[in-house]
Design a protein around this ligand. Structure first.
Ligand code: ABU
Length: 470
């Protein structure tokens, strides 16, 4: 196998392309990709197959990819991941991952300092959902230290009632999954209504007041659809008053910490007990790269700590505190730190700042562009780089037909392949809004021409008034 030849071939992916997706129905795609497990491939066939895999996958590095809260990664990321694959090691002990363990220590110290969690601890997770679920688990262990031992079926463990988890109505669905996964059940989750995507503090206060067993309040810094930031400062005061763990889900919004202009959105973060941040989102580190910061190092170190004498021998020749695996739910853990280290070393914190500030400029320009016939903003003052809007084909359109517009345009987008934007309905300020588009600015390489092209394409795709009756 000629690695150099393959890399030359793969390098083509990074050149400018006009295609974001070559959307193909599953039955047709199954004929194109070699899914026959009985037939082996020669090296040449393998390279051909890799090219097909790339051709029919979503090109997230396209400047017109706006579908999710992440975007394509760069060549440095690809090379870092290749090195990780070549070394094929696991992060449980210093002896198995000496370089990567030291990288984690150094980066975690800096990240704790940035978010004002000095003296705390960081764990890496396979995604923001896992980080959020782990935060609930840590809050549980902090409040009920016997819960790991006695489990959920011993009612004395939880003071005879199920602990309550307070979240924003616009929070990430992982929190409900966490309540289910940890055995509390969805009904333990109290969903606090929002105004413009931010939790209503008077209602949060009322709910905390009447609860007899409050475990955790989760504030969101950058909601998935609207990009709204909860008022962390005010929420932290309530958490202090009622003695409740405060977790910040900053999976999406955490990167603003690098921008002197926008980091005020995270004001109050210094009062939180834990925080989720996904550098694989706005920092553009490759998927997946998620961190959970915990203020109380002891909770983080002890919560998942169980001895495994075959890994964590106490009589090693180095400081066994470096055996990070002791604090993880996972036993083996893939190396996610190299791609974060690479990003930091290549772009630097000043580079992060420039990129983030640029995304806000793109947002503002796009909002101005939407001030034109047939476009309408859902929310004209987003906190973050999410812009939510409708395309309105005709003024007198019924709600039912209006609800079909975004899905129909999306279908045309996929068939054409140049652009990808997501859509969704939303319960917003007491109303059920019909499907609308959400653009997220996350790729600083996007320029104003791309924004013009978004408008042009949507106007073209949206030219279908008669079809809506079907
Ligand atoms: N974890 C939320 C991601 C959803 C999105 O990319 O739109």
């Amino acid at each position: 196998m000629d690695l150099k030849k393959i890399l030359t071939e793969l390098d083509k992916y990074y050149r400018e392309t006009k295609t974001t997706i070559k959307f193909t129905k599953p039955d047709k795609l199954a004929q194109i990709i070699d899914l026959n497990l009985q037939q082996k491939l020669s090296d040449e066939q393998f390279v051909n197959e890799l090219n097909k895999i790339i051709e029919y996958s979503v090109h997230t590095n396209s400047k017109l990819f706006f579908n999710q809260l992440f975007t394509g990664s760069d060549k440095y990321n690809a090379i870092s991941e290749l090195v990780v694959a070549i070394l094929n090691t696991s992060m449980y002990t210093y002896e198995m991952a000496p370089v990567f363990t030291l990288m984690e220590c150094k980066l975690f110290d800096r990240i704790l300092q940035l978010f004002k969690f000095e003296g705390g601890d960081v764990t890496m997770s396979p995604g923001g959902s896992a980080s959020n679920i782990l935060a609930i688990h840590m809050a549980k262990f902090n409040k009920f230290p016997n819960s790991n031992r006695d489990g959920i079926f011993n009612c004395t463990t939880y003071n005879y009632s199920v602990p309550k988890i307070f979240v924003s109505a616009d929070s990430h669905y992982s929190l409900k999954k966490g309540a289910a996964f940890l055995g509390f059940g969805y009904n333990s989750v109290i969903s606090i209504p929002t105004k413009n995507g931010r939790m209503k503090l008077d209602i949060l206060k009322q709910e905390l007041e009447k609860s007899t067993n409050s475990l955790i309040v989760v504030a969101t810094a950058g909601t998935t659809v609207l990009g709204s930031f909860d008022n962390i400062n005010e929420i932290s005061k309530l958490c202090k008053k009622y003695g409740v763990w405060l977790h910040i889900d900053a999976a999406w919004g955490g990167a603003v910490i690098f921008s002197s202009k926008h980091k005020h959105l995270l004001n109050g973060v210094e009062y939180a007990d834990s925080l989720t941040w996904n550098p694989h989102k706005m920092l553009k580190v490759g998927l997946q790269c998620s961190l959970l910061l915990v203020r109380d190092k002891k909770v983080s170190q002890e919560c998942n700590s169980l001895d495994a004498s075959y890994l964590f021998q106490p009589d090693k020749s180095y400081d066994t505190n470096l055996d990070a695996g002791k604090k993880y739910i996972m036993c083996g853990r893939r190396v996610d730190i190299l791609k974060l280290w690479t990003k930091w070393k290549i772009d630097g914190e000043d580079g992060f700042k420039l990129a983030i500030d640029r995304l806000f400029v793109l947002r503002d320009h796009f909002i101005k562009l939407l001030d034109r016939p047939k476009f309408s903003l859902v929310f004209d003052k987003p906190d973050f780089t999410n812009v939510c809007f409708w395309y309105v084909p005709s003024k007198n359109i019924s709600y039912k037909d209006f609800n079909k517009v975004a899905p129909r345009i999306k279908q045309k987008m996929l068939e054409d392949g140049e652009i990808m934007i997501s859509y969704q309905p939303l319960h917003f300020n007491g109303e059920n809004l019909p499907n609308f588009f959400r653009i997220v600015f996350i790729n600083p390489k996007v320029d104003f021409r791309h924004l013009d092209r978004i408008i042009e394409l949507i106007e073209n795709y949206g030219n279908f008034p008669k079809e809506l009756d079907n």
